[in-house]
Design a protein around this ligand. Structure first.
Ligand code: HEM
Length: 466
């Protein structure tokens, strides 16, 4: 069987390519106590058609509860996935097979307070076998959906239904979402050929969905058996490739944000440099609080543009980083077309995160311990190593890409900031430059999970043979 040229989108989980505009999410990290029962549960999910798949139209009707499902490598082992399949994951997706805990120090820049040793127990590899992600507008709908799931055959084979990771948006407007630190989010999203309307930069489906060509015209998951065999791979004749096809690798990453520290830092430096706090936040992020990217020469956010313009740009008009500094979060995470940087590999990443915890209230929180708040990040890509991990550990935690005026500080939001002397350069008009230093870790990782979100056929196969 050879993979079709492009995915049948109706077989790809909705959260992966389409996302959700709903207000709340619950993520259950479940342990498969009885593998046979867990498979029965999966079969029931398939039979009852409870998992949400993508529709070709982006504006599919909103309402009810949307459900997605992913499996850790340990979870797949535990469910009894045949070794030929596990071997393929080992060979082609080593980070997934190893799991996020073991990758944390070296590949996720998670050290110090963010080290895996301190992560919440629900992220432990022996604990989390399966992740169920649920989105709805109302908490009641989430509760009701949980009851439905718990009453399915086989649900008793799964434990830890009691404490999902909860998140909810800070605004009610579906087209205007913000995250803690007071920043507008969920603007940028990679456009996929054959699924999204045309934009300046389009990506091949294989960057996100297994079984198709990626931007480099390569399909690592084609899985053609060769007559002479392949020393590195298990016998492919024993593998049904559509187990992998239409699936995607998902990352669940809980990041606590220390908003008071962040706000105090920005206020201190704004005073020192004689600029507005919003200006500094914008330079650190790369976008003004209202979501517009920062252009050269701007000291205030310009009036709101049409929504389409917020993401359809490159940095060709800002080659020296005088609008959006090279060290800013968005320029690091997606250098786009940038003559002065030109990344050979674009490393696009789909983001589906949502904040957790209450909106920051300085007056109410003064003198008290801050309530936990942060971002429950959900990311999708076809290669955890080339995309998610590279963004975090290389583009985020090493020196920014770019020419001289870029400083040596880490990503202002997600960088580990162990060197308080490192500097963040803000190039200004002419040869002028303004610099920030004394960064603290504004974000602490509370846990990370790598999961395979199978396509429709893959999920059906997992529910069989119990
Ligand atoms: C608490 C931690 C984080 C915060 C507060 C944060 C905040 C933001 C904000 C405000 C934006 C701009 C909005 C937009 O372009 O949609 C953004 C964009 C982005 N972030 Fe983060 N982020 C965090 C963690 C991460 C992590 C861990 C990654 C990846 C490993 C990441 C990858 C990206 C990417 C790829 C973009 C889009 C850049 C673009 O295409 O222009 N972020 N983030």
């Amino acid at each position: 069987v050879s993979a079709p040229a492009s995915p049948d989108w109706a077989q790809v989980q909705r959260l992966v390519v389409q996302g959700s505009t709903l207000h709340r999410s619950w993520h259950f990290l479940l342990r498969a106590r009885h593998p046979g029962e867990a498979r029965r549960f999966i079969e029931a999910l398939v039979h009852e058609k409870l998992i949400s798949y993508a529709s070709a139209r982006e504006d599919a009707p909103v309402g009810g509860c949307e459900l997605g499902i992913g499996f850790t490598y340990r979870g797949l082992q535990h469910l009894g996935l045949p070794w030929e399949y596990l071997r393929l994951f080992q060979e082609k997706a080593a980070a997934f097979a190893e799991g996020a805990c073991r990758r944390a120090a070296q590949h996720l820049a998670d050290t110090g307070a963010s080290a895996a040793h301190w992560w919440e127990p629900c992220f432990h590899p022996d604990h989390a076998h399966l992740v169920l992600t649920m989105h709805a507008d109302q908490a009641d709908e989430l509760r009701q959906c949980t009851q439905t799931l718990k009453s399915l055959p086989g649900a008793s084979g799964l434990t830890d239904w009691a404490a999902p990771l909860e998140a909810s948006h800070l605004t009610d407007q579906r087209q205007y979402r913000t995250v803690h630190f007071g920043l507008r989010d969920l603007i940028a999203s990679p456009a996929i050929k054959g699924f999204h309307p045309r934009r300046k930069t389009m990506h091949e489906p294989g960057e996100f969905v297994l079984g198709y060509r990626n931007d480099h015209e390569f399909n690592p998951w084609a899985l053609h058996p060769s007559p002479s065999g392949n020393l590195w791979l298990p016998p492919l004749s024993a593998v049904k490739p559509n187990f992998f096809w239409n699936g995607s690798f998902g990352v669940l990453r809980k990041m606590e944000q220390h908003e008071r520290e962040f706000r105090c830092y920005v206020a201190r430096w704004a005073k020192k440099l004689g600029v507005k706090e919003e200006y500094l936040r914008a330079k650190m992020n790369g976008r003004w609080d209202n979501g517009q990217r920062v252009r050269p020469g701007e000291s205030e956010p310009p009036p709101n543009p049409a929504p389409g313009e917020l993401d359809d740009f490159d940095f060709l008009d800002d080659p020296e980083g005088k609008g959006c500094p090279f060290g800013s979060h968005i320029r690091r995470m997606n250098p786009r077309s940038d003559n002065s940087v030109v990344p050979v590999r674009r490393r696009p990443l789909i983001r589906r995160g949502m904040p957790y915890g209450p909106l920051y209230d300085e007056a109410k929180e003064r003198g008290k311990p801050a309530p936990p708040r942060g971002l429950l990040g959900v990311f999708f890509c076809a290669s955890l190593e080339d995309q998610f991990e590279h963004l975090l550990a290389e583009w985020g935690d090493a020196n920014p890409l770019g020419p001289d005026n870029r400083g040596n500080a880490k990503d202002p939001f997600i960088g580990s900031h162990i060197d308080p002397k490192s500097v963040f350069d803000i190039p200004l008009d002419g040869e002028k430059l303004c610099q920030l230093e004394g960064f603290e870790p504004f974000v602490t990782t509370r846990g990370t999970l790598y999961a395979f979100f199978p396509g429709m056929a893959g999920l059906r196969m997992l529910g069989e043979s119990h």
